[in-house]
Design a protein around this ligand. Structure first.
Ligand SMILES: [Zn+2]
Length: 474
């Protein structure tokens, strides 16, 4: 059943180049906004395939775009290639074994994410050429998904202004259409300034910025009981005022990560956190300043696009894993708890099937699983362009996100099969859009209806710059 459609054959025709690209990127894990070598690899692949290349999209050094075709609708396929700290791991080994070096690793599978998206875009380009049809396909190499909100800055800069449809995917345990559940978020730094003094000889002259941060945290922790249940707030100290307890701390800085179900709830919560910060400053006679570091919007779904993608998945069937793939995946499952594995089934709304190590089904649309509570910068794209995302089955069922087990599985034959499979799903969905103007119109009408009462107001204000130094800061 795998290759009854021309577009699927075009994906298969070039799959080995892109499996190799994915493997090369796996071997050069780079953190958010430092993906120089990975971006060079993607740029070279775009040129080799004959795309018209734009480098430094939105003035971001590690963002790239390639376009092919003429006229017609513009279909964007989005890829990523950033890695994570602390997740270095030997490939293919079901035992924690970090590699020598800085400790970075592809623990979210973005080596596959970028390569499958570029493979899909390449197949669509070849399909347009073979069928001599109007239409353009673009691959967007998007950096810094892990906390850097690059797509939000790219949206703000107008990089998607003339795009009609956006398609993406993420590595997962199951083959499915991604449900549009993710939280809007923002990172805000609160800097308090007080006055230093001798903590024993002149305590009454000091005004402690550290006290202010501690009181702010206490205030926010009391607020938790009274905020929407889907909202999340986390914080980390960036500056605790120094190492000398006998000096009243004159400065202190805390980074807040605030998440909420949508932009309206997020804005309300930001306002409340800021009031608490001001209250803490008032109590301690210090001053506080806040600075937005980054932010992403929640994902908007798109019903016509989700139905179109599901139809592609249903025609294609599950990825063609074999017994060797399943045996290898079972080795990784042996490192996980029963709870990890059961949670993965439940998340998709599926009944737990013991002894099944790799996806052997296509998850139906609209199964109600446990909602995902993370955030993604694809959210901002989904507010300005009708957007649909797939889950591609690339690893053992139960593998936690951001884990050494995920890094270890990123070059296995099953990972390659999963990335080629999801490239077919994305390319097939793109071809549907190029063939059927009514589908594109319906997708646009769906987005217009969803944003009619609450137009897109990005979390990122115009003065916020991409946090280029976020991965290198001490
Ligand atoms: Zn990811």
């Amino acid at each position: 059943m795998q290759n009854t459609e021309e577009i699927w054959r075009l994906v298969d025709a070039k799959k080995s180049d892109f499996e190799a690209l994915s493997d090369r990127v796996w071997h050069m894990p780079e953190l958010a906004y430092t993906e120089t070598r990975s971006c060079v690899e993607h740029t070279a692949a775009l040129r080799e395939q004959g795309f018209r290349v734009t480098e430094r999209v939105a003035d971001i050094p590690t963002a790239v775009m390639g376009e092919a075709g003429e006229g017609g609708p513009v279909i964007a396929i989005l890829g990523e290639y950033d890695a994570l700290p602390g997740l270095s791991q030997e490939a293919g080994v079901a035992e924690q074994r970090p590699l020598p070096g800085p400790g970075f690793g592809h623990g979210c599978g973005h080596n596959l994410l970028g390569s499958a998206a570029l493979l899909a875009a390449t197949a669509v380009k070849d399909w347009l050429a073979a069928n001599k049809l109007p239409g353009r396909v673009r691959y967007y190499g998007c950096p810094a998904e892990e906390g850097g909100a690059a797509k939000g800055f790219m949206v703000r800069d107008g990089a998607f202004r003339d795009v009609d449809i956006a398609i993406s995917w993420h590595p997962a345990a199951f083959a499915a259409v991604q449900e549009a559940l993710s939280l809007a978020n923002t990172r805000i730094d609160f800097s308090f300034a007080g006055r230093a003094s001798h903590a024993a000889a002149a305590p009454h002259l000091g005004r402690s910025a550290l006290d202010a941060v501690e009181l702010m945290n206490v205030g926010v922790n009391y607020m938790r009981e009274h905020m929407p249940s889907d909202a999340r707030i986390h914080y980390a100290y960036l500056d605790a005022g120094g190492v000398a307890p006998n000096v009243v701390q004159p400065t202190a800085k805390v980074r807040y990560l605030i998440r909420a179900r949508d932009l309206i709830e997020l804005r309300a919560l930001i306002g409340r956190v800021k009031k608490i910060a001001e209250g803490a400053a008032l109590m301690t006679e210090t001053k506080v300043e806040s600075k937005v570091v980054s932010g992403v919007s929640n994902l908007l779904g798109n019903r016509p696009m989700e139905q179109a993608m599901q139809a592609n998945l249903d025609r294609l069937g599950p990825p063609p894993f074999d017994d060797a793939d399943r045996a290898k995946a079972a080795e990784f499952q042996a490192t996980l708890s029963d709870e990890d594995i059961a949670a993965a089934w439940r998340k998709m709304g599926l009944a737990v099937r013991k002894g099944v190590s790799l996806c052997d089904v296509v998850v139906p649309l609209d199964l109600k699983g446990a909602p995902m509570v993370g955030s993604t910068d694809v959210g901002d794209v989904s507010w300005v362009v009708p957007t649909v995302q797939a889950r591609g089955a690339t690893y053992a069922i139960g593998t936690p996100g951001h884990s050494w087990q995920l890094t270890a599985q990123g070059m296995l034959p099953a990972a390659h099969k999963g990335m080629v499979h999801v490239a077919k799903v994305m390319a097939g969905t793109a071809v549907d859009c190029l063939r059927d103007p009514a589908l594109v119109a319906a997708a646009k009408a769906d987005l217009a209806a969803r944003t009619a009462d609450s137009p897109y107001e990005p979390v990122l204000s115009p003065d916020v710059q991409p946090p280029f130094g976020m991965s290198t800061a001490a």
